[in-house]
Design a binder for this molecule. Structure first.
Ligand SMILES: CC(=O)SCCNC(=O)CCNC(=O)[C@H](O)C(C)(C)COP(=O)(O)OP(=O)(O)OC[C@H]1O[C@@H](n2cnc3c(N)ncnc32)[C@H](O)[C@@H]1OP(=O)(O)O
Ligand SMILES: CC(C)C(=O)C(=O)O
Length: 549
């Protein structure tokens, strides 16, 4: 490694920065750049049909501004723009945005592509960064500013020309000092001011100034300083919408965008799941869901991610990481025992309509189209709570704690043998086998329970033999019957029963009830469990099962 090869990118010294004291209160203006920045990062750019498919998903999610491409760059980009307009696919409340360099022939072609559009943002850019000024453009600061001014003039002039044939078209102008974060912030202000001097925006007719971290090269706090400094020093700031466009080279694109909002930005450009150049663009899903998890309406609808994720994966040919924030396959899943235990306990206490208060789950997975089924998966790192959760979730079994403890070694052995996640089916099979559920129901041929005041008598016919006993309840009468039959004394330590899911009875039989009995016998403590069509049968069978085990 050669750290001496690198140096820190200078940022303003903003000792009185205000952004750390601010809180997010509302969603920003969102702009999807999936069809432009996302697309330009693909080895195989999207076809027109693929773009159309993604366009419809973006509209359904609720984006009101969508950068649809770089129409002057290629015929497919031009054709896509034409199809949206000619096929009347742009809803009235959605504005399309297009990117173009500050070059006249490209700007002219861009307006050609947009002929007849209702409303469009013309996004013109040129780089202002030190490295590009020196090594790519070999131009002075004044020359680079002149390029920006010239680009702004062409954008305005061609809009005026386009309005002759189509006075109904509405044009909004956007300028990006590309690589803003690698530009001296004072100079970025100077260039943007010069662009505003051309466009003469007003509070009622704003322009957009988009500040990109084209290559992320600062920590998010220093990017926020740059943004706050820019906003504080921009004359006529009220006439501009301040937009942010971050990339993810240091893995902090979302953080940088979030802090920029604290620093006063109004608008955020990004892509779904962060597809984009190199390490990607700012991921709008993550930022929007971050806001949501703080109780802010993101104004984008991510309740059914499965549908659009499939489309994004298809058109980008990039699969979604299973740990992708908020929408990855396993992000609401706990494998470890203590997490499972905490989640299970919190979910039991969580009341409808109350603020979400569940450990290890930052939001309710149901809000984003996920089920509780996948929250807890049993493997060899799971404790008793994991199996209990899965059996409760899938089969409606409310295992008392002493059953959880009794069954935990069985589940552990199964997980170790399987070497991975144990399916709920395997877990239930092991549960049924361990407690011989349904296997011995036939041994109880007949029984009769009579209550007389405080006392109960039971008479059972078990495998042809009659047992009879008396006690304060059915179970104590059963213990008495056992003692009379065998001479051995047994006690009931605990007992639990509940109604059953219809589908949980072994062998497809229709069980209505399950009973769990915890017995103290001369041979030691034992658990018996049985399912039956009524609670008394289940209770008697559970006790008999415990005695047999
Ligand atoms: C950070 C970003 O994402 S910016 C967006 C980048 N996206 C794209 O570039 C995708 C689409 N681009 C393209 O298809 C092509 O680059 C085109 C069609 C736009 C232009 O193609 P060409 O003119 O053949 O070539 P190229 O892109 O290499 O242009 C470089 C020239 O444009 C100049 N240039 C580059 N950017 C700009 C700009 N924003 N404004 C003005 N001039 C610019 C360069 O200085 C260079 O000039 P030179 O030829 O005099 O040295
Ligand atoms: C054109 C600009 C906004 C851009 O895509 C970038 O700087 O990343």
């Amino acid at each position: 490694m050669q750290p001496e090869k690198y140096r820190r990118n200078p940022t303003p010294n903003l000792a009185d920065r205000q952004w750390p004291n601010n809180q997010l209160e509302k969603a920003p203006i969102w702009v999807s750049v999936d069809l432009r920045d996302g697309n330009q990062a693909l080895a195989n750019p999207m076809t027109v049909d693929q773009k159309l498919k993604l366009w419809h998903e973006l509209v359904d999610i609720g984006f009101k501004t969508i950068e649809i491409g770089f129409p002057s760059a290629s015929q497919p980009e031009f054709d896509f723009t034409r199809r949206l307009i000619e096929e009347n696919r742009i809803p009235d409340d959605v504005t399309v945005q297009v990117l173009v360099q500050a070059r006249e022939h490209l700007i002219e072609r861009t307006y050609e592509a947009l002929e007849g559009v209702k409303k469009a943002v013309i996004h013109v850019y040129n780089t202002t960064s030190v490295v590009q000024r020196e090594n790519v453009f070999e131009k002075s600061k004044d020359e680079i500013k002149a390029m920006a001014v010239q680009g702004a003039k062409w954008v305005q002039e061609y809009a005026q020309k386009a309005s002759i044939a189509h006075p109904e078209s509405e044009w909004v102008f956007q300028y990006s000092p590309e690589s803003f974060s690698q530009t001296e912030t004072d100079y970025a202000v100077e260039v943007c001011k010069a662009v505003m001097d051309v466009w003469q925006p007003t509070v009622d007719n704003k322009c957009i100034l988009n500040l990109p971290a084209t290559v992320e090269s600062n920590s998010p706090n220093r990017f926020a300083d740059q943004v706050e400094y820019f906003i504080r020093n921009l004359p006529n700031r009220e006439a501009a919408i301040i937009s942010i466009h971050t990339h993810n080279d240091r893995g902090c694109a979302v953080a940088a965008a979030e802090l920029s909002l604290l620093a006063g930005a109004d608008r955020i450009e990004g892509t779904l799941l962060g597809n984009g150049e190199r390490t990607g663009n700012m991921d709008i899903v993550t930022l929007a869901m971050n806001l949501y998890s703080e109780g802010i309406d993101p104004e984008l609808d991510f309740t059914s991610p499965k549908k659009w994720i499939e489309v994004v994966e298809e058109v980008t040919q990039i699969t979604t990481h299973p740990r992708h924030p908020w929408v990855g396959d396993v992000v609401y899943t706990a494998y470890s025992g203590s997490h499972q235990d905490a989640i299970r306990k919190c979910l039991l206490k969580q009341k409808n309509g109350q603020p979400w208060n569940v450990a290890y789950l930052p939001i309710d997975p149901k809000d984003i189209g996920r089920d509780y089924e996948a929250i807890i998966r049993v493997n060899s790192q799971s404790g008793k709570a994991g199996s209990a959760f899965v059996l409760a979730q899938e089969y409606g079994l409310n295992l008392p704690k002493w059953v959880q403890l009794d069954f935990a070694p069985v589940a552990q052995k199964l997980a170790e043998e399987k070497g991975g996640v144990v399916s709920h089916i395997d877990l239930f099979e092991a549960f049924k086998a361990h407690y011989a559920l349904g296997e011995n129901n036939d041994q109880l041929e007949n029984y009769k329970v009579d209550r007389n005041g405080e006392s109960e008598t039971v008479q059972l016919e078990i495998s042809g033999e009659i047992w009879a006993g008396q006690g304060q309840g059915t179970l104590s009468a059963l213990c008495d019957a056992y003692q009379k039959k065998t001479g051995a004394s047994i006690d009931v330590i605990d007992y639990s029963e509940h109604a059953m899911h219809q589908n949980a009875m072994p062998d497809g039989k229709d069980a209505q009830a399950i009973a769990y009995v915890y017995l103290d016998t001369p041979q030691g403590k034992t658990v018996g469990i049985a399912m039956a069509q009524d609670t008394v049968s289940a209770m008697i069978l559970a006790a008999l099962s415990g005695l047999q085990r």
